[in-house]
Design a protein around this ligand. Structure first.
Ligand SMILES: C[S@@+](CC[C@H](N)C(=O)[O-])C[C@H]1O[C@@H](n2cnc3c(N)ncnc32)[C@H](O)[C@@H]1O
Length: 291
C-alpha cells in the first residue's frame, strides 16, 4: 500500500534522472518500507536494492553508512540544527561523574567518534575509549585526536568478541534506530555482559516525539527536508530518506529500556527536547556490594 506521493512534478519527472534528482525516488514508501518502482534505470537499481534487501540486514546497513560517510557529519550537524551535538553532550552529561578517573569506556556504533568529542567535555585524560563500528568508511574518517586514547575497531557489535565485564562505561549515540526489536534485545544482552558490576551506560537516539503536531512536523522534516539537505551536500538523498524510515519504525527508546531491564540493569529513560530524541541511562548492579 502506498502511503503518499511527494516530490517532483510530472514535467520534472519526464526529464530523465541524473543522480541528484534521486531525491524523489523515496517518495513512494509503503508501510513495509518498500519504495515504489520508477522508470529511470539508475533509480531502479537503487530501489531494487532498497526493496530486495531486508531492512535490518547488517550488510545493507553497512553499505548505507559507507555511502553516507562523506556527507554524514555535515548533514547531521546542519539538518539537526546542532541538536545532534547537544543531545550527545546531554547523554554524556548523564554519566559525567562516572567518567572521572581512569575508566574503560566503550562507544558502540561509534561512527566518526563524534561521541568522544562530547566525552572530552566532561572527563579528564585518564580514561580510555574503545570505539566499535562496522563501516570502514565511517572509521576511515574517524577523528582520534582527543586528550585520551581512542582505539577504533572495525567490528559488528553482534559478533565482536569481548571479555565479559571489559567496560566500566558503555555509551552510544544514534546507532539504535537501525536495529529491529530482536537486535535491540540482543544488544541489551551484550551491553549487560560487557559492563563490569557497578558499570554505567548512556545511549541516545533520534525519536518520534509524542505530541501530535510536533510529530507530524518532525516526520515531515525527516522524510522530506533532510533528504534534500543531504542532496544539497552531494549526498544520496535516498540514503537520508532511509534514516527517516528507520527513525519512524524505531519510535523511541522505550522498548530498548525494557530489554535492558530484563537483563537486570537499572534503567532510567530520558527524553531530550520534547521527545525528539530519547535515551537510556543507568547501571549494572554490583551484587558483591549489595550482598
Ligand atoms: C547514525 S551513525 C551514528 C554515528 C555516531 N555514533 C554519531 O553519534 O553520529 C550509526 C553508526 O552505527 C554503525 N552501525 C550500525 N550497525 C552496526 C553494527 N551492527 N555494528 C557496528 N556498527 C554498526 C554504522 O556503521 C554507523 O556508523
Amino acid at each position: 500500500m502506498l502511503e503518499g506521493i511527494t516530490g517532483r512534478s510530472r514535467r520534472q519527472r519526464s526529464r530523465g534522472c541524473p543522480r541528484p534528482s534521486l531525491a524523489w525516488t523515496g517518495a513512494f514508501i509503503s508501510r513495509t518500507g518498500k519504495v515504489g518502482s520508477l522508470p529511470c534505470h539508475a533509480c531502479s537499481r537503487i530501489l531494487a536494492r532498497v526493496n530486495k534487501t531486508p531492512r535490518y540486514d547488517p550488510t545493507a546497513i553497512r553499505e548505507l553508512f559507507d555511502e553516507m560517510a562523506s556527507t554524514y557529519g555535515l548533514v547531521n550537524l546542519i539538518a539537526s540544527f546542532g541538536f545532534a551535538v547537544r543531545w550527545r553532550h546531554q547523554a554524556i552529561k548523564q554519566i559525567s561523574a562516572a567518567l572521572r578517573g581512569g575508566r574503560r569506556v566503550v562507544d558502540l556504533m561509534s561512527g566518526m567518534n563524534e561521541l568522544s568529542h562530547s566525552i572530552s567535555q566532561y572527563s579528564d585524560c585518564s580514561l580510555r575509549v574503545t570505539a566499535i563500528d562496522f563501516s570502514p568508511e565511517m572509521l576511515r574518517r574517524a577523528r582520534t585526536n582527543f586528550p585520551f586514547p581512542v582505539k577504533t575497531h572495525l567490528e559488528d557489535i553482534f559478533t565482536w568478541g569481548f571479555a565479559p565485564g571489559a567496560a566500566d562505561i558503555v555509551v552510544s549515540s544514534f546507532g539504535l534506530k537501525t536495529f529491529d526489536r530482536n537486535q535491540q534485545a540482543l544488544l541489551a544482552e551484550r551491553i549487560a555482559t560487557l559492563l563490569c558490576p557497578g558499570g554505567t551506560f548512556s545511549l541516545v537516539e533520534i525519536s518520534v516525539p509524542p505530541a501530535r503536531l510536533l510529530r507530524l512536523f518532525y516526520l515531515f522534516y525527516l522524510n522530506h527536508v533532510v533528504p534534500w539537505i543531504g542532496r544539497l551536500f552531494l549526498g544520496n538523498p535516498t540514503n537520508y530518506r532511509m534514516l527517516g524510515i528507520y527513525t519512524r519504525e524505531f519510535g523511541n527508546c522505550c522498548y530498548f529500556a525494557e530489554c535492558l531491564r530484563q537483563q537486570g540493569l537499572q534503567v532510567t529513560e530520558v527524553s531530550y527536547f520534547l521527545g525528539c530524541a530519547t535515551g537510556v541511562t543507568g547501571s549494572k548492579p554490583d551484587i558483591r556490594r549489595t550482598a
